[in-house]
Ligand binder design. Structure first.
Ligand code: SAH
Ligand code: SF4
Ligand code: F3S
Length: 444
């Protein structure tokens, strides 16, 4: 076993990439690699990339440009590209940037050690297959680096084929990890001090994992996870409206461990655009779903994703989006200008004028920012449970997350990191809250 080698990973894109980066580091640990935050001392640099919008995909090439001097100074340095750009572009990456030694798609991360060995003998390693073997069963043991929160991917890929989206092509068909594997990983994380797990999937609420005799939906999985001793909080992301079944909605009412926060992207409020996007639901169906979720868990904080300027979007369609946002009242949201992606059906259609799309994005973001500010202000004077994660900016302060996933700062002793405490909120800013400790909650 070689030792003393340094690995630098830069992660772009979604939380699934954050999880994957952790798993890559874990897969390389037995090869003697430990992580560094300083690219200039690295023996191996991995860029874990995102292909979702053009800007995201181009970032990898500008970063590779910046890394050139490091490679020139140290010919033994290996540079690898992982993630969704690797999957989508494969060998094109090495054609555009010949200094790249390794290109690995998301389904082949367990093969990294052997790929790296190939690069060590001066050859290039490219693997963008969708292998038969179970990647997760071959990846190393989890490490938590002392954090009380962790991600756990339970589902990968997507069969929805929204007309704008590259994910079904970069991540492949929908696959769910077996129940026993998920439960084992959750127990392992909890035994290492994790108190909150966020289940991940490109389409997490389409989870349909097998046990010996049946197929479990996400609601059933949440209930089983909620019974793990020491696991106090469970979240999941990202969900599709059409996969929000009754059992999953009921889990929000039945399980105190399931946090009152839900990211449920709708993309548009116009039925015409939803149809063109291949979302397979109407605005009214989405609003009805929100009503059912709120009747199960009235205090739930809702988050969403929106695309403006989809091909064919008129001012009237956009007004429908604003109306839907008004009707829902989001506590938090992400909004994007449509970006045509190679190989997707929408990329064939004529784009709308860039200045029109930019103007709409600004108007939507102003409304969403108002809603978020209102949701933050509404917390002032309330008590909420906060899981402290790390020291805050000011001395003596810790920062953690409320049940509603809001960042909360409070004066608290450092040994409360990893604990859940009652905090009374005293002040609100757009992206964080400040509060005072009330009392440490007793474990149930
Ligand atoms: N279900 C996925 C969605 C991934 S993409 C998940 O697990 O997160 C995240 C968001 O990016 C989408 O909800 C959509 O709002 C946005 N997006 C996807 N493709 C896009 C495109 N071509 N242009 C602009 N935004 C896009
Ligand atoms: Fe993309 Fe749609 Fe699948 Fe989400 S549901 S990953 S937006 S194709
Ligand atoms: Fe990006 Fe791939 Fe995630 S395209 S959003 S990194 S699934």
């Amino acid at each position: 076993m070689a030792d003393g080698k340094k690995l630098f990973i830069k992660t772009y894109g979604c939380q699934m990439n954050v999880y994957d980066s952790e798993r890559m580091a874990e897969a390389l640990a037995p090869e003697g690699y430990s992580q560094t935050q300083d690219a200039s001392e690295a023996d191996l640099i991995l860029l874990n990339t995102c292909h979702i919008r053009e800007k995201a995909a181009e970032k990898v090439y500008s970063e590779l440009g910046r890394l050139k001097p490091l490679k020139a100074a140290n010919p033994d340095l290996k540079i690898g590209v992982a993630g969704c750009v690797a999957q989508a572009e494969g060998e094109e990456i090495t054609a555009r940037q010949p200094m790249v030694d390794l290109v690995v798609g998301p389904q082949s991360y367990h093969r990294l050690p052997e790929m790296l060995a190939r690069t060590q003998s001066g050859r290039r390693a490219i693997d963008t297959e969708f292998p038969e073997e179970d990647k997760f069963a071959r990846l190393g043991a989890r490490s938590t680096r002392g954090m009380p929160t962790a991600f756990l991917t339970v589902q990968e890929g997507c069969d929805k084929f929204c007309a704008f989206c590259v994910v079904p092509y970069t991540r492949g068909a929908e696959v769910s990890r077996p129940v026993a594997q998920v439960m084992a990983e959750a127990r392992e994380l909890t035994a290492r001090g994790v108190r909150e797990i966020t289940l991940l999937g490109q389409n997490v609420n389409a989870y349909h994992g097998a046990d010996e005799s049946a197929t479990w939906g996400l609601g059933r999985l949440l209930r089983a996870l909620a019974r793990i001793e020491g696991l106090e909080r469970i979240r999941y992301t990202t969900s599709h409206p059409n996969d929000m079944d009754d059992d999953l909605i009921a889990a929000h009412a039945d399980c105190a461990e399931v946090m009152p926060y839900l990211h449920l992207p709708v993309q548009s409020g116009s039925d015409r655009i939803l149809k063109a996007m291949n979302r397979k639901h109407t605005a009214a169906q989405y609003l009805d779903l929100i009503a059912r979720i709120r009747s199960a868990r009235p205090d739930i904080l809702l988050s969403g994703d929106f695309i403006v300027g989809f091909p064919g979007e008129t001012e009237r369609d956009f007004a429908d989006t604003l109306a839907l946002v008004e009707a829902v009242g989001y506590g938090q949201a992400y909004s994007f200008k449509y970006s045509p992606r190679p190989g997707t059906p929408a990329a064939e259609k004529p784009e709308i004028a860039a200045d029109v799309a930019s103007d709409r994005l600004q108007r939507l973001q102003a409304l969403l920012a108002d809603q978020q500010a209102a949701a933050q202000r509404a917390m002032v004077g309330r008590e909420t449970a906060v899981l402290f994660e790390k020291p805050g900016r000011e001395p003596g302060q810790l920062v953690g997350k409320s049940e509603y996933l809001q960042a909360v700062h409070a004066l608290a002793p450092a040994d409360m990191i990893g604990q859940i405490a009652r905090v009374r909120i005293t002040a609100a800013a757009p992206h964080s809250l400040a509060g005072e400790l009330v009392a440490v909650s007793e474990p149930v």
